[in-house]
Design a protein around this ligand. Structure first.
Ligand code: MG
Length: 426
């Protein structure tokens, strides 16, 4: 099949009842019935991404030969002159994933085969155990273990304070009970949980409760399970160094987002003082932000979000760069990435040699009606099908009947603040 051109580019904004705020790119071609899908889900600014796709990339792309993914990526990347950023990258990332989907369909091969073939049968997942109390965190962790997960991210509420990954909250009534859920099964609940995280955050109570949680969980679960924790870039830098040192005895699989992207030089201080494995990357979208972290070996896991850094084309280059430096991947995979985006992550996970772990995007089973072929999760692993391309389709008509929730609270992070009113990163 030669000389297949891009005929149209669409942005499908959909929010199924038990899903997240998804944005899916559909590229239609001059070949009847041949199209590709990609993910451009940016839950807090979806209309800006839609405009970047429909108003700017669409006219640029129509008529281009779908065979030339690298050329299309490079030319589209600089077509705005000013580049990177979450809006432009997600738009381009969605287009890029759709082009890989098309190439796979034209070749009759899954994308993981185009990328070199399977380096493993399935991608090991980590799932979230997040509780409003130590007991709840423990119960959720054991429930995950029962289901076959051996990598578990542990978060627990700091009594009386807002805590990332768990609903409690400084100025809220703790008797309301926890609303956060243990896994990504229901992204709609996650959206709800995000909105509850506003409140007062103070570093010291958080650090004490997280260390106490880790000691408790090691005591309860022993050493046959890998533990992870996300600090979510909230700590003042020198306290973050202390925190990483205090976590060392618990032998985490990784400690995530210890610093903001503006404070990454502090990773050097952590490296000088402890061997707690570190991951970073979900809010990074510029090559200059990730490359030095890898080639100075300041982190152990590249936690990029594939569409957010521009799609499969750049993601596989970042992965290859990491391989040269002994740094593994841990692509970000929360429930607010569509099943198409999850598939893009999975195909990379399967094909790259330095795969580390995949965050579980265990979408609710009802989403399979809208996204037939979405990756399956069982026994703690994610499995791809062997259909050509990314292997996921979309029922466009059904998706369009479930538009995004337009209320502002569903589209933004509520502010978390220190006790004196100072804003803290989300
Ligand atoms: Mg995170």
């Amino acid at each position: 099949m030669k000389n297949v051109k891009i005929r149209d580019v669409k942005a499908i904004l959909t929010q199924p009842p038990r899903g997240g705020r998804f944005t899916v790119v559909k590229i239609e071609t001059t070949e009847p019935g041949l199209y590709g899908l990609g993910d451009a889900s940016y839950r807090t600014r979806p209309l800006a991404v839609k405009s970047a796709i429909v108003d700017y990339l669409r006219p640029f792309l129509i008529g281009k030969d779908v065979a030339n993914i690298e050329d299309i990526w490079q030319s589209a990347y600089v077509s705005s002159y000013w580049r990177n950023g979450p809006v432009l990258n997600n738009a381009l990332g969605g287009v890029d994933e759709a082009l890989w989907d098309i190439k796979g369909k034209m070749a009759g091969m899954p994308v993981y085969d185009l990328l070199g073939g399977k380096a493993r049968e399935a991608a090991a997942l980590y799932a979230h155990a997040s509780g409003g109390s130590l007991q709840e965190t423990e119960d959720k962790a054991f429930a995950l273990l029962e289901r076959g997960f051996h990598y578990i991210r542990l978060q627990t509420a700091t009594p009386g304070f807002a805590t990332y990954g768990s609903s409690s909250g400084g100025d809220r009534d703790l008797n309301d009970g926890p609303k956060w859920i243990a896994t990504n099964v229901d992204a709609a609940d996650q959206e709800h949980a995000w909105a509850q995280q506003a409140g007062i955050f103070e570093p010291m109570p958080y650090m004490r409760s997280a260390i106490e949680m880790m000691a408790h969980m090691r005591n309860k679960m022993g050493w046959k399970v890998e533990f992870l924790h996300d600090a979510h870039e909230r700590l003042p830098a020198i306290q973050a160094v202390q925190f990483a040192k205090e976590m060392e005895p618990f032998k985490l699989f990784f400690l995530e987002d210890l610093f903001t992207p503006g404070q990454v030089d502090w990773f050097k201080r952590v490296r000088e003082q402890c061997s707690t494995p570190l991951s970073m990357g979900e809010i990074i979208n510029n090559p200059l932000e990730i490359v030095p972290l890898v080639d100075q070996r300041l982190i152990d896991f590249i936690r990029l979000r594939v569409a957010h850094i521009g799609g499969i084309t750049p993601a596989r280059k970042y992965a290859a760069h990491g391989e040269m430096y002994g740094v593994r991947t841990a692509f970000q995979g929360p429930g607010n990435i569509s099943p198409v985006g999850v598939a893009a992550h999975l195909h990379l996970d399967l094909a790259i040699s330095n795969f580390g772990i995949q965050e579980s995007s265990e979408h609710h089973e009802s989403l399979a009606e809208i996204f037939p072929g979405m990756p399956e999760v069982h026994d703690g692993y994610m499995w791809a099908n062997d259909k050509p391309g990314l292997g996921v389709d979309i029922d466009e008509e059904a998706a369009m009947k479930m538009p995004h929730d337009p209320t502002p609270s569903s589209g933004a992070f509520d502010n978390v603040r220190r006790a004196d009113g100072t804003v803290v990163t989300p």
